[in-house]
Design a protein around this ligand. Structure first.
Ligand code: FES
Ligand SMILES: [Fe+2]
Length: 394
């Protein structure tokens, strides 16, 4: 890595938390490498570094547009440890704000809701859906109402967060200086030129709370090594001999296979992407756009797996299923749609037990990051390296 692009202060912080050896491990060749040391999975200070240096400086998935379809729909989210709200404004656009009142700093919105404006629960400052302060009751004395026709200016209006929407997916970048979303997605898009993503529609989501570190979700997601022992159904669908390790292309991991036959929940009875060529009709591809946007592309779907750290040992995971056109919502596709969602639910539950064991094993002082399979786990090792690189990058 270019040493000019490194912030030495953060190199020191990483070394103080992981140790010199742990730091070097992240950059070792795969034959000698092990995973990140236990501290990267248990330390609160380490998670704070990840929140501040990785999540806030990246594009992070904040939900499906279809979750806030109507004017005044408001969804609170937490990204990089920062409380935010995603709002459907009157003009139809999706906006993001820090979820904090400009007065004494109360968190404004606690639950998903629909409102014509946002009123602080503490002293009732009122904000428009575009973030403008509208009024402050009793601020200059009893029964006096401060009114603002065009907002209160930069010290009083809600603080914007950068938001971009890509084919029904809402992304947030807290730092505000990430590249445009379509540039960031480019390594995924150039591998999927035959897939018309403008045809995807949101069919629903599954939510899980897992007693594990958020990184383990992706370390597991990337390697097909565990399929033979953890996923009997998936093994039948795509046996080990069809699988390879996948690889990173810039900041995007990808992997794929051609599956021999359709299976309930994958490629079975639902419409395909429009004009998808025959050669892709039995292809599965999966991606991880660093740090946490994991997308699985099958001929009939676009399924996301996203994890949000709550604590070093607690993760909220969401699985969002997008199907093609009206397959996402119409009654005639209900049975097949439910099969897709059930398939993902079953598959994910098979992983959850393992993810929790991985976290518990990292309490062992005897574990040093382990020995990784050079055949399967190069990308997993690189994921750890990318975390460290992003933390120390200037
Ligand atoms: S903290 Fe929001 S109005 Fe006082
Ligand atoms: Fe798995």
């Amino acid at each position: 890595m270019d040493t000019r692009a490194i912030d030495p202060q953060f190199v020191n912080r990483v070394k103080s938390l992981l140790g010199e050896e742990g730091f070097d491990q992240a950059f070792a060749p795969i034959e000698e490498a092990s995973g990140l040391p236990n501290a990267a999975y248990w330390s609160k200070d380490w998670l704070e570094l990840e929140q501040e240096r990785v999540f806030r400086r990246s594009w992070v998935f904040a939900g499906a547009e279809a979750e806030i379809p109507n004017t005044g729909d408001i969804k609170p989210v937490e990204i990089g440890g920062a409380p935010l709200v995603i709002v459907r404004d009157k003009d139809g656009s999706v906006r993001g704000f820090h979820n904090v009142c400009r007065h004494r700093g109360a968190k404004l919105v606690q639950d998903k809701c629909n409102k014509s404006s946002i009123t602080c629960p503490y002293h009732a400052w009122n904000y428009a859906l575009n973030g403008d302060l509208r009024s402050r009751p009793h601020f200059h004395g009893p029964d006096k109402l401060d009114k603002f026709e065009n907002g209160g200016g930069e010290k009083l209006d809600l603080i914007f967060v950068r938001v971009e929407v890509w084919n029904g997916c809402i992304f947030v970048n807290v730092s505000g200086n990430a590249e445009p979303v379509t540039d960031w997605l480019e390594p995924l898009l150039r591998r999927t030129p035959n897939y018309d993503f403008s045809s995807i529609r949101w069919a629903g989501k599954l939510e899980f709370e897992i007693k594990t570190n958020w990184k383990l979700v992706y370390e597991n997601y990337m390697e097909g090594y565990h399929v033979f022992s953890v996923h009997p159904g998936l093994l039948k669908f795509a046996p080990m001999n069809l699988r390879w390790s996948g690889e990173w292309d810039e900041h995007v991991f990808y992997n794929d296979y051609i599956f021999p036959e359709n299976q309930e929940g994958r490629g079975d009875g639902l419409p395909h992407y429009p004009n998808l060529p025959e050669e892709d009709a039995q292809r599965g591809l999966w991606f991880l756009c660093f740090p946490h946007f994991a997308a699985e592309v099958y001929p009939d779907q676009f399924t996301l797996l996203v994890s949000y750290p709550i604590a070093p040992d607690l993760t909220r995971e969401e699985l969002h299923v997008f199907l093609i056109g009206d397959a996402a919502t119409s009654d005639i596709h209900k049975k097949e749609r439910n099969s897709v969602i059930k398939m993902w639910d079953d598959l994910n539950r098979e992983d959850i037990g393992m993810l929790e064991l991985l976290q518990q094993g990292r309490l062992s002082p005897a574990y040093d990051g382990g020995r990784l399979s050079p055949h399967w786990e190069g990308p997993t090792h690189q994921f750890g390296r990318r975390i460290v690189e992003k933390i120390i990058a200037a």
